[in-house]
Design a protein around this ligand. Structure first.
Ligand SMILES: C[S@@+](CC[C@H](N)C(=O)[O-])C[C@H]1O[C@@H](n2cnc3c(N)ncnc32)[C@H](O)[C@@H]1O
Length: 288
């Protein structure tokens, strides 16, 4: 873990524990608590540069309220990203999305999802973004690990570019698999997410343009639109709770969490993206 460097963003103060911390964390052994628990509050409201498979080992059992993440989709095998997710061209490295085989991708996914399950609180939730292909690799793994499949959220991107080959449908959707670690007791802030559907009950899709204002763009080739992560943060966590993203990228989930007065934590392997994310999170204002 010594290779993990971090920058602090302590522009606002939170009390160290949220309401969910008072619930029993039966999987938290005394030894594990002693080893990692004491240092954990100091890890919060920061992101770390390093591999999440290593970094997550530092997070105590049953300590995270919600995991909201956008992992590699394993789609960059044949060609590198020619255009980024908001329509511009990007020369940034996308080797993180290349896996030797589907088996290698599934093995990597199982490893980080197993750690994700360990660190979630007993009633914590997890949302994992994916493509029309990767969700079918990820879902069986999540079915194995998490007892409660809550939903499949579809992000409808009406402003997606056409399919230039005209030999298939123009890809205009992404999906988030949402699970809870327990059969009951997950956070679902129904009233808070109505605003994403014009004040009506939220549906299992979000209709949000993929095009970003230039002030939002960071240059990360797969940057998520901030509203997509804000929707999930508001839905699955309460103020002051801990939102974790093992694959920070440009920092969208952490920025959403900070803005919405949650605590956050995350990892990013690539130094360039780490630096982008750090600056972005620092600049993010906390909503009043
Ligand atoms: C799909 S992108 C996340 C984009 C992010 N949601 C955003 O809005 O910018 C996945 C990110 O995970 C990082 N990554 C891939 N493997 C990783 C690993 N094992 N540990 C930490 N970060 C990793 C990549 O460098 C990449 O930036």
């Amino acid at each position: 873990m010594d290779d993990l460097s971090f920058k602090t963003d302590s522009s606002f103060d939170y009390s160290p524990y949220s309401e969910r911390d008072t619930q029993p964390t039966s999987t938290l052994t005394r030894a594990a608590k002693k080893k990692t628990g004491d240092a954990f509050p100091a890890m919060l409201n920061k992101i770390y540069r390093g591999d999440c498979l290593t970094g997550m080992k530092r997070i105590p059992d049953g300590s995270i309220d919600a995991i909201i993440t956008d992992p590699p989709y394993g789609i960059a095998k044949a060609k590198s990203f020619k255009s980024n997710s908001h329509g511009g061209f990007s020369a940034l490295d996308a080797s993180w999305d290349i896996f030797a085989s589907k088996e290698a991708y599934c093995e990597f996914s199982r490893q980080w999802l197993t750690e994700a399950h360990r660190i979630l609180k007993p009633n914590g939730s997890i949302a994992v973004w994916g493509s029309k292909v990767s969700i079918f690799d990820i879902k069986p793994i999540m079915d194995d690990l998490f007892p409660k499949f809550l939903d499949l959220l579809t992000w409808v991107k009406r402003d997606s570019p056409p399919n230039m080959t005209q030999r298939g449908l123009a890809p205009s959707t992404e999906f988030a698999l949402i699970y809870c670690k327990a059969e009951t007791g997950w956070v679902f802030n129904h009233n808070d997410i109505k605003k994403y559907n014009g004040g009506k009950q939220a549906r299992n899709y979000i209709d949000i343009q993929r095009t970003m204002p230039s002030a939002e763009r960071t240059g990360h080739p797969t940057q998520k639109k901030i509203e997509t992560q804000q929707f999930l943060v508001e839905m699955l966590s309460n103020k002051n709770e801990i939102v974790f993203d093992p694959f920070i990228g440009s920092g969208t989930a952490a920025a959403a969490a900070k803005h919405l007065q949650r605590r956050y934590l995350g990892f990013e392997r690539c130094p360039e993206y780490f630096s982008i994310a750090n600056k972005r999170i620092k600049m993010t204002e906390v909503a009043s």
